[in-house]
Ligand binder design. Structure first.
Ligand code: AMP
Length: 214
């Protein structure tokens, strides 16, 4: 199963990907997580990417495509993968097509998680992530049992640098201008399924599964 999850920042792609990796026993490939790890490890790629990420802008396509080329060639991807947060631009989608044809692979589904902007703003400004294990909470919809602490590892919860009001607006505008056209790109190939993600996490998960398993 080769699947793309596409949707606005904070739309629940990461949360849904976590269910799907268990269901299909394939890895989740999140470009955002890969970039954040590089920023944390202070690699050259991380130092370059951080400038764009902190402003809510996209990291250049060439950087992302090079990173993805190595990732999808790794052995754990041989039975498939879930792409979370990639491709985000038309050049990235075209670059992915080239990578797939070199590997003689095809995409099975592109799932668009559709969430209205006003809900995204509420979700992102209340999102908290664990510094240790990366688990994501929401102060309104999914609060941690103990304030400021992760339920799983007791690590400290923090607000991501790019989850502030100004950067959220910038990321939403990038999404509408640069990533929405990617959805049309895949719709023309008959690959897109649209999920209206208003409901509980479980309801959305079932809706996704219903659309891709049949
Ligand atoms: P995310 O965690 O997916 O919301 O990504 C956080 C930030 O990482 C984005 O706002 C971008 O700056 C950068 N980023 C993640 N994925 C990509 C991508 N496919 N192309 C360009 N920039 C990306």
């Amino acid at each position: 199963m080769r699947l793309i999850l596409i949707g606005p920042p904070g739309g629940g792609k990461g949360t849904q990907a976590k269910f799907l990796i268990d269901h299909f026993a394939i890895p989740q490939i999140s470009t955002g997580d890969m970039l954040r790890k590089n920023v944390h490890d202070k690699t050259n790629l991380g130092l370059e990417a951080q400038k764009f990420m902190n402003l809510g802008k996209l990291v250049p396509d060439s950087v992302i495509l090079q990173m993805m080329q190595s990732r999808i060639n790794e052995t754990d991807c041989s039975n498939g993968y879930i792409l979370d947060g990639f491709p985000r631009t038309i050049p990235q989608a075209e670059g992915l097509d080239d990578l797939l044809s070199e590997l003689e692979q095809k995409l099975d589904h592109v799932v668009e998680i559709n969430v209205p902007d006003n809900l995204i703003i509420t979700r992102l400004s209340n999102r908290r992530s664990c510094k240790e294990c990366g688990q994501v909470f929401n102060l309104i919809f999914e609060p941690p049992t103990t304030a400021g602490k992760c339920n799983t590892c007791n690590g400290e919860l923090y607000l991501r640098d790019d989850d502030n009001a100004a950067t959220i607006q910038q990321r939403l505008s990038v999404y509408h201008n640069q990533t929405k056209p990617v959805i049309d790109y895949y719709s023309k190939q008959g690959l897109t399924q649209v999920i209206n993600a208003i409901g509980t996490i479980d309801e959305i998960r079932l809706e996704i599964l219903k659309n891709i398993v049949l």
